[in-house]
Design a protein around this ligand. Structure first.
Ligand code: ASP
Ligand code: MG
Length: 428
């Protein structure tokens, strides 16, 4: 008997029929002799609808109230799921994040889990019941207010609970069969990856692959907790996210094939590019720019500084940040223009960041050559470049994003023979 935490995304519980279907799956797992803890997202597009509603009422709602509103979505699905399980003859009890012991800091909208004390969940299990926990929410340790973990945060609730309870696996149910070499909604010939390391999954999640919440992967790595990403619409084996050692063991036992050099290609179209034009080329300038941005709590991603023009002794500094913080970044730079000294600021939100991720890059030469040749052959212009040990990213025009991803995917021989199945289409 093992302890399994199952997380069902919004597309898996989109309507009454889906809730009943998921209930059956949960009860089957229990009947197979396992202890099951369930984490559930809001039904379908509920979170988006609640956000729309808030916007109609108030353009800038207080973050505390917005969190209170959004957490209602998960309360609906958890209670309905518990009812459906009851009708199948098993006992289920639903719990809010706060009741389940998910203690966070008080950063509304992006709270971090700082402690998990799942006493009531353990108790429910001991009494033979199936606990159903509302994903994406917790309670702030200091203010005792209800918080949310950021969009897609139910994955993190599930992994945090699984880690705290010593679960054997955390199963993340979504609308595709697992992690793919590219988003199957963009590249129909994307290939399902059977095994992927935490490190590769972290890089992919950070550069725009939306299949798993970034923090959930960080959490799983910290506790060496295996994640099994799979579809709730099929019974197929999904993708295992594990440590390199666990994957090596799986290969030795014949459960896995040799790891490929490249695990995937991802695109992120939510960044903006800001250029600080005509910055004096002297010590302390970059520090002044990025200090101003840090004080405004802007998350900067890629940075490029041009060679300065000899005639003027001035240079341009370009960086990317989330589109949502571009205006704040501009304001922060403008209001510090006295210290920084620049001639102009340009912002461009028509960009896409395309990234290639693979642990094999460390030991295989020629990956960059293939990557840039593929982009050249597809006439994709490269505006910025950044790399990590296992990733190459570029910035290009947003209109070229799909073509770029497809070209890179083909160039690395990742195209599958058949087309990937997308069961619901929303990716939740
Ligand atoms: N319902 C929340 C969202 O849509 C959390 C989640 O689904 O993980 O972002
Ligand atoms: Mg998700």
């Amino acid at each position: 008997m093992s302890l399994i935490v199952q997380k069902y995304g919004g597309s898996s519980v989109a309507d009454a029929a889906s809730v009943k279907r998921v209930a059956r799956r949960i009860v089957d797992t229990k009947k197979a002799g396992h202890d099951v803890v369930v984490v559930v997202s809001a039904m379908g597009d509920t979170t988006d609808e609640l956000l729309d509603l808030a916007e109609q009422v108030s353009p800038l709602p207080p973050p505390r109230e917005l969190d209170m509103l959004l957490t209602a979505g998960e309360r609906i699905s958890m209670a309905l799921l518990a009812m459906a399980i009851h009708d199948l003859g098993a006992e289920a009890r639903s719990y809010t994040g706060s009741q389940a012991g998910l203690i966070t800091d008080s950063a509304h909208g992006a709270a971090r889990i700082i402690d998990v004390s799942p006493g009531r969940i353990t108790e429910a299990l001991e009494q033979g019941a199936i606990p159903i926990v509302a994903g994406f929410q917790g309670v702030a340790q200091d203010t005792k207010d209800v918080t949310t973990l950021g969009r897609g945060g139910s994955d993190t609730t599930a992994v945090a609970l699984a880690a705290a309870m010593g679960a054997d696996v955390c199963e993340i149910y979504t609308d595709v069969d697992g992690v793919f070499s590219a988003d199957p909604r963009v590249v129909p010939k994307a290939r399902q990856v059977p095994f992927i390391t935490y490190e590769e999954m972290l890089e992919l999640a950070a550069v725009g692959a939306k299949v798993l919440h970034l923090r959930c992967v960080e959490y799983a790595r910290r506790f060496s907790l295996p994640i099994h990403v799979r579809s709730s619409f099929s019974t197929k084996e999904g993708t295992w996210v594990m440590s390199p050692d666990a994957i090596t063991a799986a290969i030795a036992e014949g459960r896995a094939m040799e790891q490929p050099i490249i695990s995937g290609v991802a695109a992120d179209i939510n960044d903006a590019k800001i250029t600080v034009v005509g910055v004096p080329d002297k010590p302390g300038e970059a520090a002044a720019i990025f200090r101003a941005l840090a004080n405004a709590k802007i998350n900067v991603d890629m940075i490029v500084q041009n060679v300065s023009a000899a005639a003027t002794g001035r240079t341009d500094v370009t960086f990317t940040c989330p589109q949502g913080s571009a205006q704040q970044a501009m304001d922060a730079l403008q209001s510090n223009s006295g210290d920084i000294g620049f001639e102009a600021l340009n912002v461009d939100d028509q960009i896409a960041k395309i990234s290639l991720v693979g642990a094999g890059m460390r030991s295989h030469p020629g990956v960059s050559a293939t990557f840039f040749s593929a982009l050249a052959d597809a006439s994709v212009n490269v505006e910025m470049i950044s790399t990590s040990e296992i990733r190459i990213s570029i910035v290009t025009r947003v209109d070229d994003a799909q073509r770029a991803v497809q070209a890179i995917h083909s160039a690395f021989g990742l195209d599958a023979d058949g087309e990937a199945v997308v069961y619901a289409g929303t990716g939740r």
